[in-house]
Design a protein. Structure first.
Length: 153
């Protein structure tokens, strides 16, 4: 769960002119974003922009409302699968230089049956595949649940 400086919601008091500042408590996005790092996000970005593959985003987890950081890998209408630890989009290998091979060693990270991403939804994964709960568990994330785009750390 993301903690905007140890709070757990994304209300206006936690924004500075439309930007959110968060301390990341876990390593689900390692090595790109490590535990304890501070990241900045644009809270209104997706009001004017279409989400893209590779965007690092703050998402609201379906069912419990927690906010976490993940990376968009699957777009609406695409089929996402994992074979031998490689993410495939519509049967083609996805280049992911940000994912360290050592973070995708368990069966959870090495194989996934094909999943069709619904319209107006996105498939998100943590870069630390063995240590991330993400769309492999929750399913696709509705566009409305994309809370912000991470800008930097």
């Amino acid at each position: 769960m993301l903690n905007p400086f140890d709070a757990d919601s994304l209300d206006p008091r936690e924004r500075i002119a439309g930007y959110g500042i968060y301390r990341v408590p876990g390593a689900a996005m390692a090595p790109a974003i490590g535990a304890g790092q501070i990241v900045f996000s644009d809270v209104g970005y997706y009001r004017a922009h279409v989400p893209q593959r590779g965007d690092v985003v703050v998402v609201r987890v379906p069912g419990n409302g927690m906010r976490v950081i993940k990376r968009i890998v699957g777009l609406p209408g695409e089929t996402v699968s994992i074979r031998d630890g490689i993410v495939e989009i519509d049967g083609r290998d996805l280049s992911e230089p940000h994912v360290a091979e050592a973070t995708a060693t368990t069966p959870y990270s090495r194989e996934m049956t094909p999943f069709l991403v619904p319209q107006n939804a996105y498939f998100v994964l943590g870069d630390n595949r063995d240590g991330s709960e993400d769309s492999r568990t929750w399913g696709a994330i509705a566009r409305n649940d994309l809370q912000a785009r991470v800008l930097g750390r």
